[in-house]
Design a protein around this ligand. Structure first.
Ligand SMILES: *Cc1c(COP(=O)(O)O)cnc(C)c1O
Length: 402
């Protein structure tokens, strides 16, 4: 028996080596990896540019704690500020921790700086914000909360895209609104622009804070550095993690100057957050995306992938919708997609779900057009097989019932 908690399903494959968009298992079989470690590997597996920088840092210094000057952390903070338009950065180790920091900052800003009894965070149904107690409470999905009561107070989730409900929910206790501009785990749902503009207006009118969770959408995934940059809005706080470190655990929260004293000396902290290795990996990741002009590539490959999907599978009756932004793409079906993931794996393509009915594609940002063509061809074959199996099963069910 393996002494691990059974929190995850059985491993899809047993990978031993990776390079770019490819993974190899212990038997030497190759797979096209369109999961990217759940949107983490912006540059694919083992990117040489990041490896080089981390290897140099490995020889010098790994960790000191935040009681010391950490040069790569300062460099990465400047870079994150530059690409996000934010002013101040706090480093954590994961998306949940980055969101924890955002929630704490929003409350502390309202209570200590603005001297208001505001604590409530409004979030949205089908959102995902993490697995710590506060962030699973913020998450708008019942399944992550089951059995963890009592949950922290001061969170409410309302329907995504419903402006009237939001107006009714804002009260004298509301501190902030927290949202993903493209809901990731919840099924790849891009926010409606008109709605988002109205959300920001309400935020300003009621003196709230707008927090955008960019943990999945950030670091180029949607074709801009951050998903919010597709919309005419200006958040007060953003969070990021997944794509920031090329697989090295790192998270960050960035905010506007006015929030500075919200996180005054000693008010928050992290032992590992922003250490030499993690911030070196983060800086090298962003610099490589810049050098290789990958944002433009994401826009191009994202439209190409959607086009190819429309062309090859767009007419299948069980298909509901193909949607997304950049290289964050969801394909929604009338029927659950779990079996399709297994079939595609057997044909050499690794895919994710986002809820039971949505197939999720998150290839690395530097995926090539040839790799997209290969993936679409494998996916098409896999879907044929999947629907054939479904049909057979349906007719067997029918035979049994007569
Ligand atoms: C994955 C994810 C998180 C949680 O990140 P962890 O690093 O797993 O804690 C939070 N928000 C969004 C939008 C995510 O996709």
């Amino acid at each position: 028996m393996i002494p691990l908690f059974p929190t995850y399903p059985a491993g899809l494959i047993h990978p031993v080596k990776g390079e770019g968009s490819l993974l190899w298992d212990e038997k030497g079989n190759a797979y096209l990896d369109f999961t990217s470690g759940i949107g983490v590997l912006q540059l694919g597996h083992v990117p040489q540019e990041v490896k080089q920088k981390v290897a140099e840092q490995l020889d010098k210094l790994w960790h000191t704690s935040n009681l010391f000057v950490i040069e790569p952390q300062i460099q990465l903070a400047k870079k994150v500020a530059e690409i996000s338009g934010m002013d101040l950065v706090f480093f954590a180790n994961s998306g949940a921790e980055a969101n924890e920091a955002a929630i704490k900052l929003a409350r502390r800003y309202q209570q200590v700086i603005k001297k208001q009894a505001r604590y409530q965070i409004i979030t949205f149904e089908q959102s995902f914000h993490g697995r710590t107690l506060a962030t699973l409470t913020a998450t708008g999905q019942a399944k992550v909360k089951e059995g963890f009561q009592p949950l922290p107070e001061g969170f409410v989730s309302i329907p995504f895209g419903d402006i009237e409900k939001l107006k009714q929910t804002i009260s004298a206790h509301t501190a902030a609104i927290l949202l993903e501009v493209v809901q990731g785990e919840g099924g790849i749902h891009p926010a409606d622009e008109k709605w988002l503009v109205e959300v920001e207006k309400l935020v300003r009118k009621h003196d709230l804070l707008l927090i955008i969770d960019e943990v999945q959408t950030g670091i180029g995934r949607t074709g801009k550095w951050f998903g919010f940059q597709h919309y005419p809005i200006q958040p007060d706080i953003i969070t990021m993690a997944k794509g920031l470190g090329s697989g090295f655990p790192i998270g960050a929260m960035a905010a506007r100057e006015k929030l500075k004293e919200g996180f005054s000396l000693g008010s928050h902290g992290s032992t590992f957050g922003g250490n030499f290795l993690a911030t070196t990996a983060g800086l090298a990741t962003i610099e490589t995306i810049e050098k290789q002009n990958l944002l433009a590539h994401v826009v191009k490959m994202g439209s190409y992938l959607i086009e190819q999907l429309q062309q090859e599978i767009g007419d299948i009756p069980q298909l509901k919708e193909i949607r997304g932004k950049g290289l964050m793409i969801g394909i929604e079906w009338e029927i659950p997609v779990a079996d399709l993931i297994q079939i595609a794996k057997d044909q050499g393509l690794l895919l994710l779900t986002a809820g039971p009915h949505v197939l999720r594609l998150l290839p690395p940002l530097n995926v090539s057009q040839e790799e997209i063509d290969q993936a679409v061809a494998i996916l098409k074959r896999s879907i044929d097989q999947w629907l054939k199996n479904e049909k057979k099963r349906a007719s067997e069910r029918q035979t049994r019932s007569v």
